[in-house]
Design a protein around this ligand. Structure first.
Ligand SMILES: *Cc1c(COP(=O)(O)O)cnc(C)c1O
Length: 420
Protein backbone atom coordinates (compact mmCIF):
# COMPACT_ATOMS: atom_id res chain seq x y z
CA UNK A 1 0.00 0.00 0.00
CA UNK A 2 1.16 3.52 -0.73
CA UNK A 3 1.10 6.03 2.13
CA UNK A 4 -2.30 7.57 1.34
CA UNK A 5 -3.86 4.08 1.27
CA UNK A 6 -2.00 2.75 4.33
CA UNK A 7 -3.18 5.78 6.35
CA UNK A 8 -6.76 4.64 5.71
CA UNK A 9 -6.51 0.85 5.57
CA UNK A 10 -3.41 -0.55 7.33
CA UNK A 11 -3.91 -2.22 10.72
CA UNK A 12 -7.62 -3.01 10.48
CA UNK A 13 -9.47 -5.11 7.88
CA UNK A 14 -13.08 -5.73 8.92
CA UNK A 15 -15.00 -8.65 7.44
CA UNK A 16 -18.65 -9.76 7.34
CA UNK A 17 -20.78 -7.45 9.60
CA UNK A 18 -17.81 -6.13 11.58
CA UNK A 19 -17.74 -2.36 12.20
CA UNK A 20 -16.27 -0.30 9.32
CA UNK A 21 -14.35 1.88 11.80
CA UNK A 22 -11.75 0.53 14.26
CA UNK A 23 -13.87 -0.14 17.37
CA UNK A 24 -12.96 1.25 20.79
CA UNK A 25 -12.36 -1.85 22.90
CA UNK A 26 -12.92 -0.29 26.30
CA UNK A 27 -11.99 -3.34 28.37
CA UNK A 28 -9.10 -3.93 30.73
CA UNK A 29 -9.15 -7.66 30.18
CA UNK A 30 -9.96 -10.54 27.80
CA UNK A 31 -11.80 -13.81 28.29
CA UNK A 32 -10.37 -17.28 27.59
CA UNK A 33 -12.11 -20.65 27.39
CA UNK A 34 -9.67 -22.57 29.56
CA UNK A 35 -6.65 -22.24 31.82
CA UNK A 36 -4.70 -23.98 29.08
CA UNK A 37 -5.60 -21.19 26.62
CA UNK A 38 -4.44 -18.55 29.11
CA UNK A 39 -1.20 -20.45 29.72
CA UNK A 40 -0.55 -20.56 25.95
CA UNK A 41 -0.92 -16.78 25.77
CA UNK A 42 1.57 -16.33 28.61
CA UNK A 43 4.02 -18.62 26.79
CA UNK A 44 3.85 -16.61 23.56
CA UNK A 45 4.31 -12.89 24.12
CA UNK A 46 3.32 -12.11 20.52
CA UNK A 47 -0.23 -13.05 21.56
CA UNK A 48 -0.24 -10.48 24.34
CA UNK A 49 -3.99 -9.87 24.78
CA UNK A 50 -3.96 -10.51 28.50
CA UNK A 51 -4.39 -7.12 30.11
CA UNK A 52 -4.68 -3.56 28.73
CA UNK A 53 -1.64 -2.33 30.66
CA UNK A 54 0.46 -3.54 27.70
CA UNK A 55 -1.87 -4.55 24.85
CA UNK A 56 -5.34 -3.64 23.60
CA UNK A 57 -6.99 -4.34 20.20
CA UNK A 58 -7.75 -0.67 19.43
CA UNK A 59 -4.20 0.39 20.25
CA UNK A 60 -2.77 -2.60 18.35
CA UNK A 61 -4.63 -1.61 15.16
CA UNK A 62 -2.90 1.80 15.36
CA UNK A 63 0.45 0.14 16.12
CA UNK A 64 0.13 -1.96 12.97
CA UNK A 65 -0.76 1.08 10.88
CA UNK A 66 2.24 3.09 12.10
CA UNK A 67 4.59 0.10 11.61
CA UNK A 68 3.32 -0.18 8.01
CA UNK A 69 3.81 3.55 7.35
CA UNK A 70 7.38 3.49 8.72
CA UNK A 71 8.28 0.25 6.92
CA UNK A 72 8.92 -1.51 10.26
CA UNK A 73 7.92 -4.98 11.44
CA UNK A 74 6.14 -4.01 14.68
CA UNK A 75 5.31 -1.01 16.85
CA UNK A 76 4.24 -0.24 20.40
CA UNK A 77 2.27 2.84 21.42
CA UNK A 78 3.00 4.70 24.65
CA UNK A 79 1.10 7.26 26.69
CA UNK A 80 3.36 10.13 25.52
CA UNK A 81 6.31 10.90 23.28
CA UNK A 82 8.47 11.22 26.39
CA UNK A 83 7.48 7.67 27.42
CA UNK A 84 8.44 6.39 23.94
CA UNK A 85 11.91 7.96 24.19
CA UNK A 86 12.40 6.68 27.75
CA UNK A 87 11.38 3.10 26.93
CA UNK A 88 13.46 3.01 23.73
CA UNK A 89 16.57 3.94 25.73
CA UNK A 90 15.81 1.69 28.72
CA UNK A 91 15.27 -1.27 26.36
CA UNK A 92 19.04 -1.09 25.63
CA UNK A 93 20.70 0.70 28.56
CA UNK A 94 20.96 0.00 32.27
CA UNK A 95 22.94 1.75 35.03
CA UNK A 96 26.59 1.97 33.92
CA UNK A 97 25.74 2.09 30.20
CA UNK A 98 26.02 5.10 27.89
CA UNK A 99 24.72 6.30 24.55
CA UNK A 100 25.57 8.96 21.97
CA UNK A 101 23.22 11.78 20.93
CA UNK A 102 23.54 14.83 18.74
CA UNK A 103 22.65 17.99 20.73
CA UNK A 104 19.91 19.21 18.36
CA UNK A 105 16.97 17.35 19.87
CA UNK A 106 13.69 18.22 21.58
CA UNK A 107 14.10 20.17 24.87
CA UNK A 108 12.19 17.57 26.90
CA UNK A 109 14.51 14.89 25.50
CA UNK A 110 17.59 16.94 26.48
CA UNK A 111 16.31 17.08 30.05
CA UNK A 112 15.49 13.35 30.09
CA UNK A 113 18.96 12.50 28.76
CA UNK A 114 21.10 15.01 30.67
CA UNK A 115 19.30 15.04 34.03
CA UNK A 116 16.88 12.18 34.69
CA UNK A 117 18.71 9.30 32.96
CA UNK A 118 21.95 10.55 34.51
CA UNK A 119 20.36 10.16 37.95
CA UNK A 120 19.56 6.57 36.98
CA UNK A 121 23.23 5.94 36.10
CA UNK A 122 22.85 6.10 32.31
CA UNK A 123 25.19 8.55 30.61
CA UNK A 124 24.27 10.51 27.47
CA UNK A 125 27.39 11.57 25.56
CA UNK A 126 26.46 14.60 23.43
CA UNK A 127 28.55 14.75 20.25
CA UNK A 128 28.53 17.74 17.90
CA UNK A 129 26.56 16.98 14.70
CA UNK A 130 29.49 18.27 12.65
CA UNK A 131 32.14 16.27 14.54
CA UNK A 132 34.68 14.36 12.46
CA UNK A 133 34.70 10.54 12.34
CA UNK A 134 37.78 10.52 14.59
CA UNK A 135 36.07 12.73 17.19
CA UNK A 136 32.95 10.56 17.11
CA UNK A 137 34.93 7.31 17.41
CA UNK A 138 36.80 8.73 20.41
CA UNK A 139 33.47 9.55 22.14
CA UNK A 140 32.37 5.89 22.03
CA UNK A 141 32.95 3.77 25.15
CA UNK A 142 32.70 -0.02 25.55
CA UNK A 143 29.42 0.70 27.40
CA UNK A 144 27.89 2.72 24.50
CA UNK A 145 24.66 1.06 23.35
CA UNK A 146 23.08 3.31 20.73
CA UNK A 147 23.15 6.51 18.67
CA UNK A 148 20.23 8.99 18.87
CA UNK A 149 19.05 11.82 16.61
CA UNK A 150 15.98 13.68 15.30
CA UNK A 151 14.98 13.85 11.60
CA UNK A 152 14.00 17.55 11.78
CA UNK A 153 15.08 18.80 15.19
CA UNK A 154 12.51 20.54 17.37
CA UNK A 155 13.21 23.47 17.93
CA UNK A 156 16.57 23.89 16.08
CA UNK A 157 15.05 22.79 12.71
CA UNK A 158 18.32 21.08 11.85
CA UNK A 159 18.05 18.15 9.40
CA UNK A 160 19.70 14.89 10.49
CA UNK A 161 22.56 13.57 8.35
CA UNK A 162 21.43 9.94 8.02
CA UNK A 163 24.32 8.87 5.79
CA UNK A 164 26.96 10.02 8.24
CA UNK A 165 25.37 8.76 11.47
CA UNK A 166 24.04 5.43 10.21
CA UNK A 167 27.61 4.63 9.09
CA UNK A 168 28.85 5.53 12.59
CA UNK A 169 26.25 3.25 14.23
CA UNK A 170 27.08 0.37 11.85
CA UNK A 171 30.81 0.76 12.45
CA UNK A 172 30.27 0.44 16.21
CA UNK A 173 27.62 -2.31 15.91
CA UNK A 174 24.95 -0.36 17.80
CA UNK A 175 21.45 0.66 16.64
CA UNK A 176 20.51 4.12 15.37
CA UNK A 177 17.33 5.44 17.07
CA UNK A 178 15.54 8.30 15.33
CA UNK A 179 12.83 10.63 16.63
CA UNK A 180 10.78 11.21 13.45
CA UNK A 181 8.08 13.41 15.04
CA UNK A 182 8.38 16.52 12.85
CA UNK A 183 8.84 14.71 9.54
CA UNK A 184 6.35 11.83 10.07
CA UNK A 185 6.70 8.79 7.78
CA UNK A 186 5.00 10.81 5.04
CA UNK A 187 8.01 13.13 4.61
CA UNK A 188 10.77 10.72 5.69
CA UNK A 189 11.08 7.00 6.41
CA UNK A 190 14.22 6.80 8.58
CA UNK A 191 14.44 2.99 8.25
CA UNK A 192 15.14 3.44 4.51
CA UNK A 193 18.09 5.64 5.51
CA UNK A 194 19.63 3.27 8.06
CA UNK A 195 17.63 3.78 11.27
CA UNK A 196 17.02 0.63 13.35
CA UNK A 197 14.35 2.00 15.68
CA UNK A 198 12.02 4.97 15.06
CA UNK A 199 10.10 6.83 17.73
CA UNK A 200 7.45 9.57 17.63
CA UNK A 201 5.52 11.93 19.76
CA UNK A 202 2.12 11.17 18.19
CA UNK A 203 0.83 14.31 19.97
CA UNK A 204 2.14 16.39 17.06
CA UNK A 205 1.40 15.87 13.34
CA UNK A 206 0.27 12.23 13.60
CA UNK A 207 -2.68 13.23 15.76
CA UNK A 208 -2.66 16.71 14.29
CA UNK A 209 -5.85 17.89 15.96
CA UNK A 210 -4.36 18.47 19.44
CA UNK A 211 -6.72 15.97 21.07
CA UNK A 212 -4.42 13.28 22.53
CA UNK A 213 -0.93 13.04 23.99
CA UNK A 214 0.84 9.88 22.86
CA UNK A 215 3.97 8.23 21.53
CA UNK A 216 5.10 5.19 19.57
CA UNK A 217 8.20 3.02 19.08
CA UNK A 218 8.75 1.22 15.74
CA UNK A 219 11.09 -1.76 15.27
CA UNK A 220 12.75 -2.03 11.85
CA UNK A 221 13.43 -5.73 12.48
CA UNK A 222 16.80 -5.23 10.78
CA UNK A 223 19.29 -4.89 13.61
CA UNK A 224 21.45 -7.92 14.47
CA UNK A 225 21.02 -8.21 18.25
CA UNK A 226 23.23 -11.33 18.27
CA UNK A 227 26.40 -9.34 17.44
CA UNK A 228 27.75 -9.73 20.99
CA UNK A 229 26.91 -6.23 22.30
CA UNK A 230 23.38 -7.02 23.53
CA UNK A 231 23.36 -10.00 25.92
CA UNK A 232 19.87 -8.98 27.18
CA UNK A 233 18.55 -10.08 23.79
CA UNK A 234 20.45 -13.37 23.57
CA UNK A 235 20.26 -14.75 27.11
CA UNK A 236 17.06 -16.09 28.71
CA UNK A 237 14.88 -13.53 30.54
CA UNK A 238 14.22 -15.02 33.96
CA UNK A 239 11.48 -12.46 34.58
CA UNK A 240 9.55 -13.92 31.63
CA UNK A 241 10.04 -17.64 32.25
CA UNK A 242 13.23 -17.94 30.28
CA UNK A 243 12.31 -16.37 26.93
CA UNK A 244 15.22 -15.33 24.66
CA UNK A 245 14.10 -12.27 22.69
CA UNK A 246 16.46 -12.45 19.71
CA UNK A 247 16.06 -16.20 19.43
CA UNK A 248 12.45 -17.29 19.41
CA UNK A 249 11.05 -13.86 18.52
CA UNK A 250 13.62 -12.77 15.96
CA UNK A 251 10.89 -11.06 13.87
CA UNK A 252 10.60 -8.00 16.15
CA UNK A 253 12.69 -8.61 19.27
CA UNK A 254 13.02 -4.93 20.17
CA UNK A 255 9.27 -4.39 20.45
CA UNK A 256 8.53 -7.73 22.13
CA UNK A 257 11.20 -7.05 24.76
CA UNK A 258 9.96 -3.47 25.27
CA UNK A 259 6.37 -4.68 25.70
CA UNK A 260 7.05 -7.73 27.84
CA UNK A 261 9.64 -6.17 30.17
CA UNK A 262 9.18 -2.40 30.19
CA UNK A 263 5.50 -1.88 29.38
CA UNK A 264 4.61 -4.74 31.71
CA UNK A 265 6.54 -3.08 34.55
CA UNK A 266 5.98 0.65 33.85
CA UNK A 267 2.46 0.50 32.39
CA UNK A 268 2.61 3.70 30.31
CA UNK A 269 0.23 2.29 27.67
CA UNK A 270 -2.36 4.56 26.03
CA UNK A 271 -6.09 4.21 26.61
CA UNK A 272 -8.16 2.69 23.79
CA UNK A 273 -10.02 5.97 23.34
CA UNK A 274 -6.76 7.89 22.81
CA UNK A 275 -5.70 5.36 20.18
CA UNK A 276 -9.08 5.77 18.46
CA UNK A 277 -8.55 9.55 18.26
CA UNK A 278 -4.96 9.07 17.05
CA UNK A 279 -6.25 6.76 14.32
CA UNK A 280 -8.63 9.46 13.05
CA UNK A 281 -5.65 11.81 12.76
CA UNK A 282 -3.56 9.20 10.97
CA UNK A 283 -6.28 8.65 8.36
CA UNK A 284 -5.61 12.10 6.89
CA UNK A 285 -1.87 12.32 7.69
CA UNK A 286 -0.64 11.97 4.09
CA UNK A 287 -2.99 14.68 2.83
CA UNK A 288 -2.31 17.00 5.72
CA UNK A 289 1.51 16.75 5.56
CA UNK A 290 1.52 17.80 1.90
CA UNK A 291 -0.60 20.86 2.72
CA UNK A 292 1.44 21.82 5.83
CA UNK A 293 4.60 21.81 3.67
CA UNK A 294 2.97 23.83 0.91
CA UNK A 295 1.56 26.44 3.31
CA UNK A 296 4.77 26.67 5.37
CA UNK A 297 6.95 27.34 2.33
CA UNK A 298 4.70 30.25 1.29
CA UNK A 299 4.70 31.63 4.86
CA UNK A 300 8.51 31.26 5.15
CA UNK A 301 9.04 33.19 1.89
CA UNK A 302 6.54 35.83 3.03
CA UNK A 303 8.45 36.41 6.28
CA UNK A 304 11.74 36.53 4.35
CA UNK A 305 10.38 39.41 2.28
CA UNK A 306 9.50 41.53 5.37
CA UNK A 307 11.98 44.21 6.54
CA UNK A 308 10.83 43.62 10.16
CA UNK A 309 12.38 40.13 10.05
CA UNK A 310 16.14 39.60 10.49
CA UNK A 311 16.19 35.93 9.60
CA UNK A 312 13.90 33.00 8.75
CA UNK A 313 14.86 29.41 9.63
CA UNK A 314 13.01 26.79 7.56
CA UNK A 315 14.73 23.69 6.10
CA UNK A 316 12.71 24.10 2.89
CA UNK A 317 14.41 27.44 2.06
CA UNK A 318 17.61 27.36 -0.04
CA UNK A 319 19.13 29.76 2.54
CA UNK A 320 18.91 27.02 5.23
CA UNK A 321 22.35 25.45 5.95
CA UNK A 322 20.83 21.94 5.66
CA UNK A 323 18.94 22.55 2.42
CA UNK A 324 20.97 19.82 0.64
CA UNK A 325 20.00 17.31 3.38
CA UNK A 326 16.35 18.38 3.03
CA UNK A 327 16.56 17.61 -0.69
CA UNK A 328 18.24 14.26 -0.04
CA UNK A 329 16.12 12.87 2.81
CA UNK A 330 12.79 14.73 2.99
CA UNK A 331 9.76 14.97 0.72
CA UNK A 332 8.95 18.32 2.34
CA UNK A 333 10.23 20.44 5.22
CA UNK A 334 7.10 20.11 7.43
CA UNK A 335 5.16 23.00 8.97
CA UNK A 336 7.28 24.68 11.65
CA UNK A 337 9.24 27.88 10.97
CA UNK A 338 11.46 29.97 13.25
CA UNK A 339 11.29 33.72 12.62
CA UNK A 340 13.83 36.09 14.19
CA UNK A 341 12.65 39.68 14.58
CA UNK A 342 14.86 42.72 14.00
CA UNK A 343 15.01 44.46 17.37
CA UNK A 344 14.65 41.33 19.51
CA UNK A 345 12.11 40.45 22.16
CA UNK A 346 9.81 43.53 22.17
CA UNK A 347 8.68 43.44 18.51
CA UNK A 348 8.44 39.63 18.66
CA UNK A 349 6.02 39.90 21.59
CA UNK A 350 4.04 42.74 19.92
CA UNK A 351 3.72 40.55 16.80
CA UNK A 352 2.45 37.58 18.83
CA UNK A 353 -0.03 39.68 20.80
CA UNK A 354 -1.39 41.25 17.59
CA UNK A 355 -2.22 37.97 15.84
CA UNK A 356 -5.96 37.31 15.60
CA UNK A 357 -6.46 34.05 13.69
CA UNK A 358 -3.20 32.42 14.79
CA UNK A 359 -3.31 31.33 18.41
CA UNK A 360 -0.71 31.69 21.12
CA UNK A 361 -0.25 28.22 22.61
CA UNK A 362 2.52 26.00 23.94
CA UNK A 363 2.20 23.40 21.19
CA UNK A 364 3.26 22.90 17.59
CA UNK A 365 1.99 20.79 14.70
CA UNK A 366 -1.65 21.64 15.36
CA UNK A 367 -4.09 21.67 12.43
CA UNK A 368 -4.64 25.36 13.34
CA UNK A 369 -1.83 27.89 12.97
CA UNK A 370 -0.17 28.70 16.28
CA UNK A 371 2.81 30.59 17.67
CA UNK A 372 5.13 30.27 20.63
CA UNK A 373 7.76 32.67 21.99
CA UNK A 374 10.51 30.52 23.58
CA UNK A 375 12.21 33.48 25.32
CA UNK A 376 9.13 34.40 27.36
CA UNK A 377 7.45 30.96 27.56
CA UNK A 378 9.26 27.58 27.37
CA UNK A 379 12.71 29.09 28.14
CA UNK A 380 11.67 32.05 30.35
CA UNK A 381 14.04 31.11 33.18
CA UNK A 382 17.02 32.06 30.98
CA UNK A 383 18.37 35.61 30.56
CA UNK A 384 19.29 36.97 27.10
CA UNK A 385 22.88 35.73 27.37
CA UNK A 386 21.81 32.21 28.43
CA UNK A 387 19.19 32.16 25.67
CA UNK A 388 21.87 32.82 23.05
CA UNK A 389 24.01 30.02 24.49
CA UNK A 390 21.04 27.68 24.16
CA UNK A 391 20.72 28.75 20.50
CA UNK A 392 17.53 30.72 21.13
CA UNK A 393 17.37 34.32 19.96
CA UNK A 394 15.24 36.52 22.29
CA UNK A 395 13.51 37.79 19.14
CA UNK A 396 12.65 34.33 17.85
CA UNK A 397 9.04 33.30 17.27
CA UNK A 398 8.15 29.72 16.36
CA UNK A 399 5.37 29.70 13.82
CA UNK A 400 3.56 26.39 13.34
CA UNK A 401 1.71 26.79 10.07
CA UNK A 402 -1.77 25.25 10.01
CA UNK A 403 -4.23 24.28 7.31
CA UNK A 404 -6.29 27.49 7.10
CA UNK A 405 -6.57 29.11 3.65
CA UNK A 406 -3.11 30.50 2.89
CA UNK A 407 -4.49 33.99 2.14
CA UNK A 408 -6.09 34.15 5.60
CA UNK A 409 -2.81 33.08 7.28
CA UNK A 410 -0.85 35.72 5.33
CA UNK A 411 -3.43 38.43 6.07
CA UNK A 412 -3.18 37.68 9.80
CA UNK A 413 0.64 37.83 9.63
CA UNK A 414 0.56 41.12 7.70
CA UNK A 415 -1.78 42.91 10.13
CA UNK A 416 0.38 41.70 13.08
CA UNK A 417 3.63 42.78 11.35
CA UNK A 418 2.11 46.22 10.75
CA UNK A 419 1.45 46.51 14.51
CA UNK A 420 5.02 45.75 15.62
C1 LIG B 1 6.75 16.93 21.67
C2 LIG B 1 7.91 16.14 21.33
C3 LIG B 1 8.34 15.06 22.13
C4 LIG B 1 7.66 14.71 23.43
O1 LIG B 1 6.39 14.23 23.17
P1 LIG B 1 5.15 14.34 24.18
O2 LIG B 1 4.06 13.62 23.44
O3 LIG B 1 4.88 15.79 24.41
O4 LIG B 1 5.55 13.63 25.44
C5 LIG B 1 9.43 14.31 21.72
N1 LIG B 1 10.09 14.62 20.58
C6 LIG B 1 9.72 15.65 19.80
C7 LIG B 1 10.48 15.93 18.55
C8 LIG B 1 8.63 16.44 20.13
O5 LIG B 1 8.28 17.47 19.34
Amino acid sequence: MRDETACLHAGYTPTNTQPRVVPIVQSTTYVYDSTEDVAAVFDDPTRSLIYSRFANPTVMAVEEKIAALEGGVAAMCTSSGQAATLLAILNLCQAGDSFISVPEIYGGTVNLFAVTLKRMGIECIFVDSDASDEEIDRAFKPSTKLVFGETIANPALKVFDFGKWSAVAKRHKVPLIIDNTFATPILCKPIEHGADVVIHSTSKYMDGHAVQVGGVIVDSGRFDWTNGNFPDFTTPDDSYHGITYAGTYSQAPFIIKARMQLMRDFGCYPAAHSAFLLNLGLETLAMRMKQYCENALVVARHFEASDKIAHVVYPGLPTHPDYALTQRYLKGASGVISVIFEGGKAPAQRFMDSLKLTSNQVHVADIRSCVLHPASETHRQLNDEQLRQAGIDPGMVRFSVGLEAIDDILADIDQALAAC
